[in-house]
Design a protein around this ligand. Sequence first.
Ligand code: MN
Length: 145
Amino acid sequence: MTSTQTAAPQTILLVEDNEDNRIIYATALRYAGYCVLEAVTGTQGVQQARDNQPDLILMDISVPELDGWEATAVLKADPRTQRIPVVAVTAHALPGDEERSLQAGCDGYLAKPIPPAALIADVDRRLGRLTRSYVPPRSADSATS
Ligand code: MN
């Protein structure tokens, strides 16, 4: 058992309709210590954001019902959710996608494929986490060897 100070875990809402991607990213985020909520469609994403007030939203752009841009526009027009940062994650990578993401109100933009470690690094940076490199705690128990 460790006794490091731990704040309540920050919550990430992952909106992603591709099951493989959702599992990979959710697993990596949880391993990094985040609480992860999952949504498959833009409509579910908006509802989850309203209900659960996540600290950050990772928004796949190609999702059913509302697409990621439409869902972001809804979130940014709603006082209940407009302050939640939204990072667009898209495989389109077309010229103008980044601009369109920002026009929809997204706070950032990531192009797929993005390795899980790079996704985590981006989330860490946006949420103000410092380096993830592990520093062993100093304690009497670990004085030897
Ligand atoms: Mn998709």
